[in-house]
Every structure is written in C-alpha cells, then in structure tokens.
Design a protein around this ligand. Structure first.
Ligand code: ADP
Ligand code: MG
Length: 300
C-alpha cells in the first residue's frame, strides 16, 4: 500500500499555477526525497497534504483513504516552515503545549519518547531560544512525532545545518523509518544529503512531477568514470575500448566508464605510446543526474 498517492493536483495563487497536475506516489516505509528548485511547488504540495491549503483540483490519498478522513489525519505529523515554538519556554514546555493540543493520553511519556528519538532527552529543560539551529530543527521533528504518526512530512529540515547537524538528522530519519516504520516525505534542494538516506526520489519542476525513481534506479544511473586527454583521442579510445569495454569520446575527453583506477590506465596508455595530458575520476551522482535531467527538459 502507498502512504501517499496524489493524482492531478492543481493549485494556483492569483491565477499563477504553483501546482499544475502533480502526480506523486510515496510507498509505505519510504524515505522519499522530494527534490526541486525554489518555487517549484514542494511546500505547496506538502501544505495541501497537511490540509493547510485547499487545492483547486486533484486527488490526495493517504494510506489508501481520502486525505480528509479523520482516521488518517491523526496519523500525519509535519514540520513545515518552523515549529512555532515559544522562545521563552523550555523544550519540554513547548512539547507539552502541543501534546495537550493533540489531546494525548500520556503526554509526559510521549514527550520523553520523542525527545529520545531526536537525541534531546538531556535538553528537555533548555529554553527554546537557547537552542542551536540544529536543535530547533530536531525539536520541530519531535513536535511532529508526538502521537506516533505513520507519515512524517518535513519541509527542508536540513537547510542551514552544519555537517554534524546533517549527520544527526540523517541518523534520526533512518531511525524513524527503521524502528518506528514511519514513512518520511522530505523536501530539500541539498541533493547530496538526500542521496545518503532516500529510498525513493521525486523530482518536481514548475508544479509537475518530472520523474519518480527508486534509490536502486538512481544507483544504476549513477556511474563512475575516468575522463582523460591525449593527443590522439580516437586511437586512445580504440585501445582502451579493447581493454576496458565501455569507452566513449565526449566533449574532447575519452571517458572510460565503470572504472576508477587512473594509474593503471595511465600506465597502459604509456606502454602503448600515448601521453596522457589530463586525467580525472568522475561520478555521476544524484546532483549530476538532476542537473542533466533539468537541462534536457529545458532544451525541449
Ligand atoms: N501563499 C502564496 N501566495 C502566492 N503565491 C504563492 C504562495 N505560496 C506559494 N506561492 C507560489 O507558488 C510557487 C510554488 O511555491 P512553493 O510551493 O513554496 O515552492 P518550493 O517550496 O518548491 O520552493 C511559487 O511560485 C510561489 O511564489
Ligand atoms: Mg519550500
């Protein structure tokens, strides 16, 4: 079953389309990396799923049910923009206010549970305004986790975090899906970070889904290759083709795919009378893949 299924979602603001027939499928248990440039419609999509905005058209299903269904609404936790905390109150007090709003039966226990998940059980008494940005983001996630949601929606939670903050965030998100079986929809434009945790990707552009793919599909498209320059590119390419298979000339370089040992290649070419003037290891990762996909769409 899918956690989210969206068909033909359309939303305009003052006659301008923010979403224009968006389709989206997020399988249960996924960490779904929702990628797109600023203004492409990520936050609008998330707000519509959360019921903060009303769509012009389209269909949103959560766990197979209409998204307005009360039984399904209580299973959604979200952090969009910021957590709306009171700066002068402690982490614990802020969570308690939210727990009371939600009408939770055992608020104290639930607050300790979510603080533990976001690695902040020792900071419960800290005033919100004294928290670092990374801690504030994690408090936001703790807020969203109150009541044990099955779906967590996070809008750019790794924006502005330092390397360490990002690492902790990654660990928390993997923990949430693995331990609690929660599905996570996470939007970001920091592709390299999403790449480390996402099981699925959705690439949005101008309010439409350009492509959805699994991490395995992305991996099969991400490849390593060595690029190099010699005087006689054609002859070098012919030689390398015999030894390594997959070789191509592109943009004035010979590319040898699916290898990354530069020294062996240089030695081999020297033995065969070629002088290598430049050589470099490359990887087509999510970032390159995304840029390539975007430029392809643009040139149409
Ligand atoms: N409340 C609003 N009023 C008017 N325009 C909006 C509003 N919210 C979003 N938009 C517009 O809709 C488009 C998509 O915005 P948004 O969903 O925030 O994109 P993203 O989160 O991908 O950066 C943008 O062009 C933005 O200016
Ligand atoms: Mg946004």
């Amino acid at each position: 079953m899918n956690a989210i299924e969206i068909r033909g979602l359309t939303k305009s603001f003052r006659g301008m389309y923010a979403l224009n027939g968006l389709d989206m499928t997020v399988p249960k248990g996924a960490i779904y990396g929702f990628i797109g440039e600023n203004g492409s419609g990520k936050s609008t999509t998330e707000k519509l799923i959360c019921g903060h905005l009303v769509a012009d058209k389209g269909d949103i299903k959560l766990f197979g049910r209409d998204f307005t269904d009360a039984g399904v609404r209580v299973r959604v936790g979200a952090l969009i923009e910021n957590a709306g905390c009171f700066p002068g109150s402690s982490v614990y007090q802020n969570l308690m206010m939210q727990a009371i709003n939600l009408g939770l039966d055992n608020p104290d226990e639930e607050i300790m549970r979510v603080l533990k998940i976001v690695r902040m059980e020792d900071n419960a008494a800290l005033k919100f305004k004294k928290c670092s940005l990374g801690m504030k983001q994690r408090i936001g996630i703790a807020m969203a986790l109150l009541g044990d949601p099955a779906l967590l929606i996070l809008d750019e939670p790794i924006n502005g975090l330092d390397t360490d903050g990002m690492r902790i965030m990654r660990e928390i998100l993997v923990d949430i899906t693995k331990t609690y079986g929660c599905t996570v929809l996470i939007s970001s434009h920091i592709l390299g970070e999403l790449e480390k945790i996402s099981t699925h990707y959705g690439i949005i552009r101008e309010g439409r889904m350009v492509q959805e793919l699994t991490a395995a599909e992305m991996d099969s498209r991400a490849r390593v290759f060595v690029s190099l320059k010699t005087k006689d590119l054609d002859e070098a390419a012919r030689l390398l083709q015999k030894k390594y298979g997959n070789v191509r000339i592109e943009e004035g370089y010979v590319r040898v795919y699916d290898v990354n040992e530069t020294e062996a290649i240089v030695d081999f070419l020297i033995e065969n009378g070629h002088i290598v003037s430049e050589i470099k290891k490359n990887k087509i990762g999510l970032e390159e893949y995304y840029i390539e996909l975007m430029s392809r769409k643009e040139s149409k």
